[in-house]
Design a protein around this ligand. Sequence first.
Ligand code: LLP
Length: 426
Amino acid sequence: MDHFLYRDGVLHAEDVAIPAIAAEVGTPFYVYSTATLTRHYKLFEEALEGVPHCICFAMKSLANQAVLTLLGKLGAGMDVVSGGEYARAIAAGIPGERIVFSGVGKTRAEMAMALESGIRQFNIESEPEMEALSEVACAMGTEAPVTLRVNPDVDARTHEKISTGKKGDKFGIPISRAKEVYAHAARLPGLRVVGIDVHIGSQLTDLAPFETAFLKVVELTHALRAEGHRIERLDLGGGLGIPYERSNSAPPLPIEYGAMIKRVTEGLDVEVEIEPGRLISGNAGLLVSSVIYEKDGDGTDFLILDAAMNDLLRPAMYGAHHDIVPVIEAEPGAEQRTYDIVGPVCESGDTFARKRTMPPVKPDELVGFRSAGAYGAVMSSEYNSRPLIPEVLVSGDNFAVIRERPTFDEMIARDKVPSWVQAMTA
Ligand code: LLP
């Protein structure tokens, strides 16, 4: 469920008409709903009610400071994967004890930064990383809380580029080697083992692969405890999918996901951590764009928008589907048109949808890409020297620009031309 609905034939973000935002900030832009973000965060809180837990928002999905601050005020922790994300979480007021640090390539500098300002745990992905962290912690005279991320060799049945828990994926330690690697961790100074971590992939639309992986983690918990390790926490990762196509059957709800987690971990006496990203942010965001031209191709009608693959990469990168809707609602029973919907970037991959049937839209009219809150703005670039697009946050009938569109001058001023290039003559 989201808060982007038509009212009197005009698409709104909560109580704000989309054209009113477009008039103020220009297109394209991202707009997020405070009510949807709040609701989705609370769904996980409700789903895990009754068990000790920590919900760490996977901020890689949507990392604007306003959104992080909002979620932090609701009580969220953060799952971070870089020094930059860690710095954003701290700047948003998230206490270190609610931040988990994931990722296969944490540098020593990133480790030191997190140990300095506080960290709930590092989710360690390899033995070399474990040794590096041990050295950094010892040099700082401190102890690093760690879980080891295990790779349970479970097929998440999602897009291959976002599946992370199969043998051969770069993530985690093969679960078959877990005992030996935990023993190694226990021998290293400066590390304190606190639990186990697993994350098998993203946009999962079925609970079965989660359950298979979690059951393996529960079994490992018993085995590791029998060897004297203190397993107090299970970080079960993120990955619960969202309905991108309204016509498709809906993925499991957070309450069902939570019930499964409770069932699987019952009696284990652990704190449960989860790292949802997309389910909290995905349907909380809309990408709004204007039609520039309608072009007759050879047998194809192209709708050329002012948004492009640099603004929303998912269709080009994963062949992902986003519903694209006119901001002014079509009359009931109005004719439908079939378009290839593309951006202005100079490559054919800059295609949002092929043979998409929708009500006709004309140049200068607005369209909205639904479910664009997760992995939208964060994956954008300035390819083709198209400045990063603004982000707007709505609450009720209020809206605020939470990231401004840089001017061309600001974009250009980030580059520096060295004196010897300036001095060159033809
Ligand atoms: N935890 C870890 C360790 C992760 O690697 C991820 C996502 C998450 C949590 C959050 O997963 P979520 O709940 O959002 O599914 N750019 C891709 C998605 C990449 C996901 C990467 N890891 C996309 O646009 O579909």
